[in-house]
Ligand binder design. Structure first.
Ligand code: PLP
Length: 378
């Protein structure tokens, strides 16, 4: 099955009972048993629900893994995956990881004595230096948020394997339409499905896919034991969103290229971050491991005042956290999504006060370009 077809026909197709083309919303918490312990595959909806199951089968197919899981949010998915580890374990995480992942690693998992340290994984030698006898996994996001740094997934997988570590990849920014970490060697793929997969700023959800059945059993045990499952209605909304993922990602990418071309030439833009730029430090790698560069663009206008002024003038870029939806969104990471990261750490990473992140939507490119040109006028 090719990629656009898989978005429509992957997973579970329709409803076997009625022929309904769309998987129904099974709004049921429990299921009748014929005799104690004898049921049709479902007993209680935290353990399994047919609407959620259809979504889990779909994301498994899209990520080319062995088993998929749907959670109540991206953070619930990340929490469940981190719960695979035990007290005394250590994991290595990329240094500009999503703020929520940084927070749970440093404020929650640390209390369970699961330790993490943060390194620039674009350089695997930095990961090598961070390894300890109790290291169990390498967790990477690629491209990262908001500086769009790219880690070599195949090289990270080979390195992780040589040390007996699991490789976990947060694939939120690329989506399975552009990038599939499992065929490149990753063990677990995570998504904040709240972003591109849902795509319409109306669902909070998380997904995880594992590459083997033993890991699948372990993660299902944790999903059922900790209970952060996605409800049937949100599972249905995500399946609806996923059908158009390919169309949307192509449109995001087309618009992002135009936006980048405008920003690249503009004197008010001090720095520009986009993996599709030939000047991006990992451009060749991005081209090789992904089929597209995505719709996220970051740029630095030099100061907090200039960033604020730009944002005030825009009509079509909504000032909001989150990303990956049909509408263009704009944010100042240092004051919004990354505000929970200590200032010195932020500055060290390059997340300055003048850094602006945009999630390019699928509006007419001309409107977005006109808007940005007005916003950048000084
Ligand atoms: C948003 C996001 C998350 C967290 O997902 P939620 O659905 O908000 O819980 C994790 N990783 C990345 C890269 C994200 O952008």
């Amino acid at each position: 099955m090719r990629r656009l077809t898989k978005l429509i026909h992957g997973g579970v197709a329709g409803d076997p009972h009625t022929g309904a083309v769309s998987v129904p919303i099974y709004q049921a918490s429990t299921y009748k048993q014929e005799e104690p312990g004898v049921h049709r595959g479902y007993e209680y909806a935290r353990t399994g629900n047919p609407t959620r199951h259809a979504l889990e089968e779909l994301i498994r197919d899209l990520e080319e893994g062995e088993r998929g899981f749907a959670f109540a949010s991206g953070m619930a998915a990340i929490t469940a995956v981190l719960t695979l580890f035990a007290s005394g374990d250590h994991i290595i995480i990329n240094d500009d990881v999503y703020g929520g992942t940084f927070r749970i690693a440093t404020k929650v998992m640390n209390r369970l004595d699961i330790e993490a340290n943060f390194v620039d994984t674009t350089d695997l030698e930095a990961a090598e230096r961070a390894i300890r006898p109790n290291t169990k996994a390498l967790f990477i996001e690629t491209p990262t948020n908001p500086l769009l740094k790219v880690t070599d997934i195949a090289a990270a997988a080979a390195w992780a394997k040589s040390h007996g570590l699991l490789l976990i990849v947060d694939n939120t920014f690329s989506t399975p339409y552009w990038q599939n970490p499992i065929p490149l060697g990753a063990d677990i793929v995570i998504h904040s499905a709240t972003k591109y997969l849902g795509g319409h700023s109306d669902v909070v959800a998380g997904l995880a896919v594992v590459n083997d059945s033993v890991l699948g059993e372990r993660l299902h045990f944790i999903q059922n034991a900790t209970g952060g499952v996605l409800g049937p209605h949100d599972s249905w909304l995500l399946q609806r969103g996923l059908k158009t993922l390919g169309l949307r990602m192509e449109a995001h990418e087309r618009n992002a290229r135009e936006v980048v071309a405008l920003l690249e030439e503009h004197p008010a833009v001090k720095r520009l971050y986009y993996p599709g730029l030939a000047s991006h430090p990992q451009h060749e790698l991005a081209k090789q491991q992904a089929r597209g560069f995505g719709g996220m663009v970051s740029f630095d206008v030099g100061s907090a005042e200039k960033a604020e002024e730009l944002i005030r003038k825009l009509r079509y870029f909504t000032l909001a956290e989150s990303l990956g939806a049909v509408e263009s969104l704009i944010s100042i990471p240092a004051r919004m999504t990354h505000a929970s990261i200590p200032k010195e750490r932020r500055e060290k990473l390059g997340i300055t006060e003048g850094l602006i992140r945009i999630s390019v939507g699928v509006e007419d490119a001309e409107d977005l370009l006109e808007d940005l040109a007005i916003g950048l006028e000084q």
